[in-house]
Design a binder for this molecule. Structure first.
Ligand code: BGC
Length: 267
């Protein structure tokens, strides 16, 4: 998805000098977050897991416009990959003081048909990946004594039950308590930990629903603000939460969902 990336004017940049790593940064919400952080002056390590093409294209585009970015390969559920990728970001930028745990997957299965492998894959990527990356980032920030922020892209489904996605809900509910626990633990190191919980956002993960007007309209009726969210709705919230303007926010979840968590269906 080519964008028209440009840096914000110097006095409007919230993240000048920050060093970020965004997991799953080459598509969907992660891609928008990479562009937004870079536009605010952060150096951004754009993580991809498969083909490097899109992450490399984004890095070149950001570079060409005067920003700083780097493509880094990593499967977030692999301890070795995580250590290597954070090492690459550290070598390039000097440190990592902002981690955005965005990588996530979902796959529909009724409980009675769910293979163990499907359960494990979702937990590995959505929850174990968050643990591995948060641990690595916290270690780097502790050593550098630089403080920083860890922002986890959760979901409205850290709160709203979702039938046929019990593994996904378990991962996001787990993320909520993981965030709160490590927020307490890392506060003395000056490291803030926050969840951003998107609702229905127009991204490739929702390709099938968006392509079907009946299904897409049904989702839209569950959103009090009456529209699907855009990637920029999430990206702008992340940039603000990562910035000094949010320096008193930790352990919280910010729902960016058009009001979806207000359960309009039950009104
Ligand atoms: C899921 C989307 C879904 C949304 C609202 C998100 O966490 O990734 O597929 O549309 O929640 O249900």
């Amino acid at each position: 998805m080519p964008s028209s990336f440009c840096l914000r004017p110097p006095d409007a940049r919230l993240l000048e000098g920050r060093r970020a790593l965004v997991t799953g940064g080459d598509s969907g919400i992660g891609q928008g977050i990479c562009y937004e952080l870079a536009a605010h002056g952060a150096s951004v390590a754009i993580n991809y897991v498969g083909a490097p093409d899109e992450a490399q294209r984004m890095a070149q585009e950001i570079h060409a416009a005067g920003g700083k970015a780097l493509a880094v390969q990593m499967d977030v559920s692999s301890e070795q990959d995580v250590a290597r990728a954070f090492g690459e970001a550290q070598s390039a930028f000097g440190c990592v003081d902002l981690l955005v745990n965005n990588a996530g997957i979902e796959q529909r299965y009724p409980l009675v048909d769910m293979p163990l492998a499907a359960w494990q894959k979702v937990i590995d990527v959505n929850l174990t990946g968050v643990f591995l990356c948060a641990r690595e980032a916290a270690r780097l920030m502790r050593t550098a004594r630089c403080g920083g922020a860890i922002i986890n892209i959760s979901s409205v489904h850290e709160q709203i039950a979702w039938e046929r996605f019990s593994h996904y809900c378990a991962s996001k509910g787990g993320m909520r308590m993981f965030t709160q626990s490590i927020a307490k633990e890392l506060a003395p190191l000056g490291i803030r930990v926050i969840n951003v919980a998107p609702g229905a956002i127009a991204t490739p993960i929702n390709r099938d629903v968006l392509a079907d007007p009946a299904k897409s309209g049904k989702v839209q009726r569950e959103i009090p603000l009456g529209r699907w969210g855009e990637v920029t709705d999430i990206a702008q919230a992340v940039a603000w939460l990562a910035s000094e303007q949010a320096s008193y926010v930790t352990g919280a979840t910010l729902f960016v969902d058009g009001g979806m968590t207000l359960y309009p269906r039950f009104v």
